[in-house]
Design a protein around this ligand. Structure first.
Ligand SMILES: Cc1ncc(COP(=O)(O)O)c(C=O)c1O
Length: 319
């Protein structure tokens, strides 16, 4: 199984063994993608495992659900605690955590009539999305022949299940053509984002990224990088990014929870910059320090799995 060291799943308030956490094939979310989700990482720290920016991820989950009129039958605080509980129950020191909320089984018209809202949280050990060496070596990307869906069709700022068909098409095409990742342009011909990451450029010492108007998911890693750049007084501009901007950048990188911060070394065979990446490297180091609790400026970014006095004593129990 590729879900490394996953043993327990939080399902509607109960921790269940992985193999028992099942849903019926008639669930609305399976047929129409009517669900929202989050991708979160927990990191090993000196004080035990800690979840990075848990509150912001759960806030975005609720915002995504609101956009799609899915009522989550728990409070944000309950789901934050549930994520920590899932991490503890799996006994993982570092993990990828996947809360998902979707319409369950009751009817299969487009209107999710009387479908219950199902909530589940998975946890497993997941290596870096774009490969173990991606942070150091960088990746080769291609501009996808698939266009990023327009926010007038579906709001790109929500992290909704069905919309990921767009990213899956782009990823499969990119991999089939021998690239690590796809970059998608929006309907204006500007860059939107990677299939699963936001994009940043460095041009003449200024950090450039795009925003909501360019049909991107407002990434939490993006937000963290912007904050870390502000901490270091790096100049930042938020504006649309053209293909020309991409090809003439001094440095470029993608950001996402699963991928972290990954240099873009080549786009469609064209080398970006000189291969020197001082700004990218500085932000990568800053990010690694922050996620491991080594940045004294951002203690609020970490939610520790083990509260003081708490010891894991088996599956989900509290001592
Ligand atoms: C399409 C897309 N854009 C951007 C991101 C980056 O978001 P975050 O940094 O919150 O993981 C992701 C990752 O979830 C994504 O799927």
């Amino acid at each position: 199984m590729s879900f490394k060291n996953a043993t327990m799943v939080w399902k509607n308030g109960t921790l269940l063994p992985w193999t028992e956490a099942t849903f019926h094939v008639s669930v609305h979310g399976l047929h129409y993608g009517t669900g929202v989700f989050e991708g979160i990482r927990a990191y090993e720290t000196e004080r035990g495992p800690a979840v990075f920016r848990l509150q912001e991820h759960i806030q975005r989950l609720f915002a995504s659900a609101r956009i799609h009129s899915i009522e989550i039958p728990y409070s944000q605080e309950t789901l934050e605690e549930a994520v920590l509980e899932t991490l503890r129950a799996n006994g993982l020191q570092s993990a990828y955590l996947r809360p998902i909320v979707f319409f369950g089984s009751e009817s299969l018209g487009l209107l999710p009539l009387n479908c219950p809202t199902e909530v589940a949280i998975l946890a497993w050990e997941w290596d870096l999305l774009l490969g173990a060496e991606s942070a150091e070596k960088g990746i080769r990307a291609t501009i996808s022949s698939w266009q990023k869906f327009d926010s007038n069709a579906m709001p790109a700022t929500a992290k909704a299940c069905g919309q990921y068909l767009n990213s899956v098409l782009a990823t499969r095409e990119a991999r089939a053509r021998g690239f690590h990742e796809a970059l998608l342009l929006n309907s204006s011909g500007n860059l939107a984002e990677g299939a699963g990451e936001n994009v940043f450029l460095v041009k003449n010492g200024t950090l450039v990224t795009n925003g909501q108007a360019d049909d991107v998911l407002l990434g939490i890693t993006r937000d963290s990088v912007l904050q870390l750049a502000r901490d270091r007084s790096l100049p930042i501009v938020t504006r649309s990014i053209s293909k020309l901007d991409l090809f003439t950048a001094d440095e470029a990188f993608v950001t996402g929870t699963a991928a972290e911060i990954v240099p873009l070394c080549e786009i469609d065979g064209q080398t970006i910059g000189t291969g020197q990446r001082p700004v990218t490297r500085e932000l990568q180091q800053a990010y690694q320090a922050a996620v491991r609790g080594q940045d004294p400026h951002h203690p609020e970014w970490l939610a520790y799995a083990e509260k003081p006095g708490f010891r894991v004593q088996g599956l989900g129990s509290r001592g």
